[in-house]
Structures are given as C-alpha cells and as structure tokens.
Design a protein around this ligand. Structure first.
Ligand SMILES: Nc1ncnc2c1ncn2[C@@H]1O[C@H](COP(=O)(O)OP(=O)(O)OP(=O)(O)O)[C@@H](O)[C@H]1O
Ligand SMILES: [Mg+2]
Length: 298
C-alpha cells in the first residue's frame, strides 16, 4: 500500500527572500498568511522544486537563489513519501554555474531529478494559471503533461526525447538535401515517442472524464468535457502500431512543408486541450475568470 504523502520538515537556504528557514510540519493542512511580498508564494515554489522541472514560476535558477547569496539555493525536505520516509535535498548550491539542479535522496546523489517521482508527485494550480484557458495551447499541454507525469514518470523522458528528435529533424530539413536514412530514423523516433506520449495523454483524459462523471452529481463544480484536438483526431481507438505508421507517413509527406515552415507542423506538440462547460456546452475560455478557476478545480 502506498503511504499518504506528507511533508514533515522543510529547510531552505538562500532561496528567494529566505536566507535560512526551517519549518516543522505534520499531516494537517497548511494555510499561509502574511503581508504582500512576505514570501508565501516563495514557500510554495520551494515545495514545487520537490518535483522535476523548474518549479511553479518556471523561473531561471539564478533568479531563485537569494540576491546576494554566495552560491546557489538549496531546499531540504523530510517527508513521508510514497515509498516510506525520505530525505530530499535539491538546489543549485555547488552545482556548475547554477544551471543545473542537483538532487540527493537520503544523502545519496540521484542520477536524475526524475527519481523524485518515486517518492512524491506535486501538482499546483495558481491564479496565474487562469490564462490556462485564454492563453496559448502550450500552457494547456504543459498542464496536462504534468498531470500525466503524476501517473507515469516516463512521460517526461519521452517528451524530452521527442523534442530532441524533432529539433534534429527541423535542423536536418533546413539543410536542404537531407540524408533520407537519417531523416527516416529521426521520424521513426518521433513516431514511437510521440504516439506513446499522446496515448498517455488520452489515458489521462479518460481518467479525468471518469472523475468528472463521478463527482458532478450534486457537486458544486460544473461538469467539464475534456478533449485533445489537433493531432490524429478521432483516431485514438486504433492500435498504437497503426497510429505510429500513420504519423510516420504524415511526417514523410510533410517534409517539404515542414522545411518551408522551419518546424514540424504535425505531432503531439501541436495538440490542444479543449475544455467545455458540459451543461452550457460552452468553451471554458469564454467563461468568467472566477468560473474558470472552479472549472479547473473540478
Ligand atoms: N532571488 C531573490 N532574492 C531575494 N528576494 C527575492 C528573490 N526573489 C524574490 N524575492 C522577494 O520575495 C518577495 C516576494 O515573495 P512572494 O512572492 O513569496 O510573496 P507573497 O507572500 O506570495 O506575496 P503576495 O501576497 O503579494 O502574493 C519579494 O519581496 C521579492 O523581493
Ligand atoms: Mg503570492
């Protein structure tokens, strides 16, 4: 049985406005109150560094380190994790030029920050994410991918590898007379990774749809219908292999067009998450901001 995850201690050094902080917690909920600029969001940001990525502000690490700090920031946490008690240390203190974030688990250096996902999964919803509905599709994809990552730790690696293969293909196409063997190899990588990514997203949408159906009876939140659009729409009932072949074919046929555009026009990197208010059959983007937030929490 997985444990219920709780953070029992949080220690910061040279993190944002905190030169040093040590906070003892228990399993109860935490409410932070304080003046504007007191450092409430900074604390949440520190907690968000207990998951892979750049945290809830997606800030450059250099901005996270306290102004005037001699070296980078560090976040230390003790928690009751999914796999039992664990001590997590992370930050840029002592790392090369503050560009990378180091991770130690129970005092041992971890190979990648992804190892955090064995112990806890962190999700956040901030007022800034109101733009989730009105902003670009990239924010919505990232939000969905973070949800997927909370179930499937491989998702992040696949997305990174997919992006890398796609960048190599873009570059190759821009060179004119690209080596067809190399090009096909990259496209095959993109097809395998891209379809796996897209299927994991579809699975997440299925879980969310089930959750919405179970919760909306008598609930206070409006029921939402979720769908992904923009890539192989209506095809997702087919076997993964067929989808890979189809995507491969699309890329092959799209080479000239992609070369002219300077980037790949088809793929899971173009999918958009569509959210509709079920009863009103209205897109969430058109709802009032307060309702959008309720949508998100639903
Ligand atoms: N790298 C840094 N070094 C030192 N201080 C920083 C750094 N980055 C941000 N700060 C300070 O952190 C403060 C902002 O903290 P934070 O955003 O957590 O406030 P808050 O309590 O959430 O406020 P609000 O109620 O307005 O949301 C500001 O005073 C800012 O100057
Ligand atoms: Mg704040």
């Amino acid at each position: 049985m997985p444990h219920k995850v709780s953070l029992t201690r949080l220690k910061l050094s040279d993190f944002r406005n905190y030169a040093a902080l040590s906070l003892d917690l228990d399993t109860r909920h935490v409410v932070l109150t304080g003046e504007n600029g007191a450092g409430k969001t900074n604390l949440m940001e520190a907690v968000s560094f207990l998951s892979p990525g750049r945290g809830l502000r997606r800030a450059a690490y250099a901005d996270v380190a306290r102004v005037g700090a001699e070296t980078g920031f560090s976040v230390f946490a003790e928690l009751e994790g999914m796999d039992g008690p664990v001590e997590i240390g992370t930050g840029t203190a002592g790392a090369d030029e503050g560009q990378t974030r180091r991770l130690r688990l129970n005092g041992t250096t971890a190979k990648t920050v992804d190892e955090l996902l064995d112990h806890l999964r962190v999700l956040w919803l901030t007022p800034a994410m109101d733009g989730l509905f009105t902003g670009g599709s990239g924010d919505r994809r990232r939000f969905l991918d973070r949800l997927v990552l909370s179930l499937d730790p491989e998702h992040g690696r696949r997305a990174t590898d997919y992006e890398r293969a796609m960048r190599s293909r873009n570059k190759l196409l821009s060179e004119g007379r690209p080596d067809p063997v190399w090009l096909t190899g990259l496209e095959r990588q993109m097809a395998e990774l891209g379809i796996a990514m897209a299927l994991a997203r579809q699975e997440m949408l299925g879980l969310l749809a089930g959750l919405v159906d179970r919760n909306h009876e008598g609930g206070v939140f409006p029921a939402a219908d979720l769908a992904l659009s923009g890539f192989l729409d209506g095809e997702w009932h087919r076997p993964a292999f067929d989808l890979e072949e189809q995507y491969l074919e699309m890329m092959k046929n799209g080479r000239y067009r992609d070369a002219a555009a300077g980037h790949a026009l088809d793929g899971p990197h173009r999918s958009d998450l569509l959210i509709r208010h079920r009863a009103k059959n209205m897109e969430a983007a058109r709802a009032r901001p307060a309702n959008r937030r309720r949508f998100l929490s639903a």
